[in-house]
Ligand binder design. Structure first.
Ligand code: HEC
Ligand code: HEC
Ligand code: HEC
Length: 321
């Protein structure tokens, strides 16, 4: 009997698909770093949750695309029984566990100005249900206006900074209190959404959104808005709010851009200043370079880190794949 090419193609493609599914399943079971953390949690608090991957399913429609959830797996390590204990207890445990399990917690807390008090709800004015986060202050259009002078102009421009809590979570438009158990961690902490391993999960994470927003914004409008625009839309410099680039590049790339500016190979010949040091292999080339790099550090390493966190706030939750 002759078997047609179409059938062969089908068989081969099915085999490839099966192999891919197999690899994914293997990776999922072999890289469960979170299990030890969950076991530790269970020892400390008791509780009756399953030790499998836990997920948070945010209730707002923007959390799904084509019927599939875009949730993160933060919850497999952080308060795995959050759905049972609720946002208030979960918020307390988030802070306690951080100081209990993280050996370097004191340093991280100091660097990111963590208070050790995690918000449990998003509320209209931050007054009720403490601890809560204030939508009026950190919501879509509540945030502080900044003025800056756009490159080539003399009159100052005012930018109204949108906050980091998206408009669809405005508590004024919903009768239910929005707790961190219903909105999902990623709304405030941008990061890798499907990271199973600790290192993946924490890639590009915004540790303290509030601090990155206040301190980061002040640095941005003082030093960067003149070339990159009041809302990161670009001008003399390229846009920093570009969703494709934000989703693609890691913090390391942004760090190098800001630290070395045009003294690093990626930006040779441009007007992007070096805000930190001069790249070690930089040699001035009068044909290529428009200026000499600044020999003095303008921003500290920590200030550059905060600026990266601030820029990442343009990574829009509602437009990501
Ligand atoms: C409504 C915004 C928001 C949501 C949602 C949110 N966080 Fe946070 N998170 C914050 C803020 C603000 C801080 C800094 C708190 C401080 O000043 O110490 C923080 C700090 C933290 C810390 C550092 C320890 C601490 O308590 O200070 C951890 C860990 C953390 N968050 C994990 C999570 C996880 C996991 C989730 C999802 C279950 C989550 N967060 C959801 C805003 C949020
Ligand atoms: C593999 C387990 C694991 C996963 C998954 C995970 N975390 Fe963590 N995370 C930890 C541990 C362990 C710490 C340190 C102490 C603690 O809070 O328990 C930590 C610390 C943090 C901190 C404090 C600052 C820092 O960077 O150390 C934040 C904020 C945080 N996680 C948020 C998240 C968010 C948001 C997600 C999901 C995108 C997530 N985590 C996923 C294990 C995990
Ligand atoms: C004098 C104008 C100017 C100022 C001020 C300036 N930049 Fe730039 N920036 C540029 C230009 C021009 C580029 C593009 C370089 C190139 O073409 O390689 C750039 C590139 C970048 C990039 C890389 C963007 C990408 O998608 O690859 C980042 C990130 C960046 N700048 C951040 C900052 C930050 C943060 C500040 C403030 C501390 C700042 N810039 C201040 C002009 C400027």
């Amino acid at each position: 009997m002759r078997v047609s090419r179409g059938v062969w193609l089908f068989v081969v493609l099915s085999a490839v698909l099966l192999a891919l599914v197999g690899i994914a399943a293997f990776k999922d079971t072999s890289s469960r770093d979170y299990l030890t953390i969950q076991e530790q949690y269970k020892k400390n608090y008791g509780g009756t949750f399953s030790l499998q991957v836990q997920e948070l399913f945010p209730t707002f429609p923007e959390a799904t695309v084509g019927g599939a959830f875009r949730t993160e797996r933060c919850i497999s390590c952080h308060v795995p029984d959050i759905a049972t204990v609720g946002p208030e207890v979960a918020a307390q445990r988030l802070s306690q566990d951080f100081f209990k399990y993280e050996p370097n917690a004191k340093q991280i807390a100091a660097d990111n100005h963590l208070t050790g008090i995690h918000p449990a709800y998003i509320t209209s004015n931050g007054g009720e249900n403490p601890p809560s986060i204030n939508y009026t202050e950190f919501g879509a259009d509540g945030f502080h206006p900044y003025s800056f002078i756009l490159n080539g102009q003399t009159k100052p421009t005012t930018a109204q900074l949108p906050g980091f809590i998206p408009a669809f979570l405005n508590p004024a438009n919903s009768s239910a209190k929005e707790g961190i158990d219903t909105v999902g961690c990623i709304v405030c902490h941008n990061g890798s959404r499907i990271g199973l391993e600790e290192s993946d999960a924490h890639q590009n994470l915004i540790v303290n959104p509030e601090y990155a927003f206040t301190e980061g914004a002040a640095l941005y409008y003082k030093n960067c808005a003149t070339c990159h625009g009041g809302a990161g839309e670009g001008g003399t410099g390229p846009p920093l709010s570009n969703q494709d680039r934000l989703g693609f590049f890691n913090e390391d790339y942004y760090y190098r851009c800001i630290e070395y500016g045009f003294s690093d190979y990626e930006h040779y010949g441009s007007v992007m200043p070096n805000w930190g040091s001069i790249a070690s292999d930089f040699h001035y080339d009068s044909k290529r370079d428009k200026q000499q790099p600044n020999p003095v550090r303008v921003l500290s390493e920590q200030q550059i880190q905060i600026l990266i966190q601030f820029i990442r706030h343009w990574e829009n939750y509602s437009t990501l794949p």
